[in-house]
Design a protein around this ligand. Structure first.
Ligand code: SAM
Length: 378
């Protein structure tokens, strides 16, 4: 990643500085182009071979002239290739947008390019000025409330997040010693991508997926396709009120970063209330230190500022603090359900570092935090 950053900065230096700045200003075009290419399923249409805009226009119902101009612009970024005969060819980037690709990049691009999301980003300065969610200031409600009223957008978000999780799930399943035979409850677990990967590698384990009704409707066919219908209980729940599941291990992945500290404590207390003695909580979050630049999480952190209700990428001490408060660790109750069992950092893709933070409620664990940092694998 350091090399990539250096190459990108070197590429900037190949342009007059003024032009380099303006080129960055035009990068918003990319988000919209990818969303449109995904909407018109250009990746599917080019899978069988190159086509010109006339052929693609007939397949998509688009204006051929406008489509040619859009795809020619996409070729600037290497998303498609344009040959001398006016035919567009697929590329390794475009193949990620195939509607049958498990990474679900097409869904994610449609979410990122959606009007509601882009309108929130257009109000970025409001967020920076006030520290509050631009999404709420523009739309008058939270992103998840919006999804409840706009299920198609929620579906793109859910499927896209599932694709992102799928890329990390094998690393998480390998990095954390989930015991075979355990019941694992994924709290706000999306469409079940992580749960499915853990259960795939632990044949005797069962799962509980807690989610909103809309997301569970997407999770059911996903888990059915994975052959896990019999091993996963779908449980509709509101994580602010209660976590309806009794399990050995509770997962919270990329949930806390959606919320401010007070709301995180509400969620953690809901989980705590559901946990029987001996259960464990595994929190998986991106780690963003205050004064370091991370190529992935520094941008996701800003995304959280714009679209969530006080969400952020946190550093380890902040997550520890939230869990300590919510679980009453180090308080008079701590002897019965203490302690950080371990923290490990795992590399997700080749670039990202996620935090897995295990908290145990087992009385046998000593009260002093025992923190182990494992070097990220690249
Ligand atoms: C950023 S996504 C993470 C999904 C999943 N854990 C993953 O990493 O793939 C946050 C999830 O929280 C869920 N969620 C939001 N509010 C919720 C609530 N009140 N009760 C249950 N789930 C909720 C959303 O539906 C969404 O799937």
């Amino acid at each position: 990643m350091a090399l990539r950053g250096a190459l990108l900065r070197a590429a900037d230096r190949m342009l007059p500085t003024h032009a380099a700045v303006l080129e960055h200003a035009h990068h918003f075009v990319m988000a919209h182009l990818l969303a449109s290419l995904a909407e018109f399923r250009i990746a599917d249409h080019l899978a069988s071979g190159p086509k010109n805009a006339g052929q693609l226009g007939a397949l998509t119902g688009c204006d051929p002239g406008a489509l040619h101009r859009a795809l020619r612009a996409a070729a600037v970024f290497g998303v498609v290739r344009l040959d001398r005969r006016g035919r567009f060819h697929t590329t390794r980037l475009l193949r990620q947008l195939r509607s049958d690709h498990p990474g679900r990049a097409a869904d994610w691009c449609r979410y990122i390019g959606s009007g509601s999301h882009q309108a929130a980003w257009a109000a970025l300065s409001d967020s920076i000025r006030t520290g509050n969610s631009a999404f709420r200031s523009v739309h008058g409600r939270s992103t998840f409330e919006w999804f409840a009223d706009h299920p198609e957008e929620g579906r793109h978000f859910g499927a896209g997040i599932g694709g992102l999780t799928l890329a990390e799930a094998p690393l998480i399943a390998a990095a954390y010693p989930f015991p075979d035979g355990a019941v694992i409850c994924d709290v706000a677990g999306g469409t079940g991508a992580l749960l499915a990967e853990i259960l795939r590698t632990r044949c005797r384990s069962r799962g509980i997926l807690i989610e909103t009704a809309n997301v569970l409707a997407e999770a059911a066919p996903y888990l059915q396709a994975a052959g896990l219908t019999d091993r996963v209980q779908l449980a509709e729940g509101d994580i602010f009120l209660a976590v309806p599941g009794t399990a050995d291990i509770y997962l919270l992945k990329w949930v806390l970063h959606d919320w401010d500290d007070a709301t995180c404590q509400t969620i953690l207390r809901s989980v705590r209330a559901a946990m029987p003695t001996g259960a464990k909580l595994v929190v998986i979050e991106g780690v963003q230190d205050h004064n370091s630049v991370h190529p992935r999480f520094s941008v996701i952190d800003l995304q959280m500022l714009v679209v969530t209700e006080g969400g952020r990428e946190r550093f380890i001490a902040q997550l520890e603090h939230l869990i300590t408060l919510s679980f009453n660790l180090n308080s008079g109750h701590s002897s019965s359900y203490v302690n950080y069992s371990h923290i490990c950092l795992v590399a997700a893709w080749s670039t990202a570092v996620s935090l897995m933070l295990g908290v145990t409620t087992h009385p046998a664990y000593p009260p002093a935090p025992a923190v182990t940092l494992m070097a990220p694998r690249h």
